[in-house]
Design a protein around this ligand. Sequence first.
Ligand code: 6PG
Length: 242
Amino acid sequence: MSNARKIISPTPEKMAETVAAAIFELARAAIAARGQFVIALAGGSTPAQTYAVLAREWTPSAAGAQWFVFFSDERHVPTGDPASNYAMAQRCLLSRVSIPAEQVYAVRPNATAALAAAAYQAQLKDFFGGAAPIFDLILLGLGEDGHTASLFPGAAALAETTAGVVGTPPGRLPPPVDRITFTLPLINLSRAVFFLVCGAGKAGIVRTVLQANPAPVDCPAAGVQPRHGILRFYLDQAAASG
Ligand code: 6PG
């Protein structure tokens, strides 16, 4: 993965501080350039520490009124459900900082994940006013099987070439619920993509993604190659030990 940059921190806590500083810096630059900072938050557990650091170090200079928050994937569960990525972000960050609630776009559940995804895609289209949905920053996690967001190995969603958001069946990840996920075409439009990866259990997949050049169908994270944006892997020492 040629254009990826690795930033290695000694511990998960130091990684969270490094990522938070980079996010504040991107936000400052985006707001200076375009008057807004459009970010998609990642789910799972790793980002929680980064969100807590953002909340801890939040000051009025963060200019929360210019932040617009989406989610790079979501479990198809009720919005407040503790299993939702929204609930984790709400607990760790959004309930503790000055981002207007109407500028946080949760994925709303629907009769099916596909319908929820179509509604979220419509929200994106409405937000971006029909222009290309170019995020300033998309945060992603990395699963040991190479999944990212809710793009699982072998999933039909990996063949998507036009839609930015799709519904997808559950992967092997708990909870066993359908999901809504950003697609590779949407992710690869972003001005910046940060992977947040911690733990020795991820060392093998990090090595595979960064060195083995796997096919995205087998390792979806390898399909994240922003066309014009920056790509960074934020790792703790253990995840980088491969
Ligand atoms: C989710 C995430 C998922 C996560 C990876 C890594 O909904 O769970 O979208 O893709 O980012 O599974 O999870 P950890 O960071 O908890 O290892």
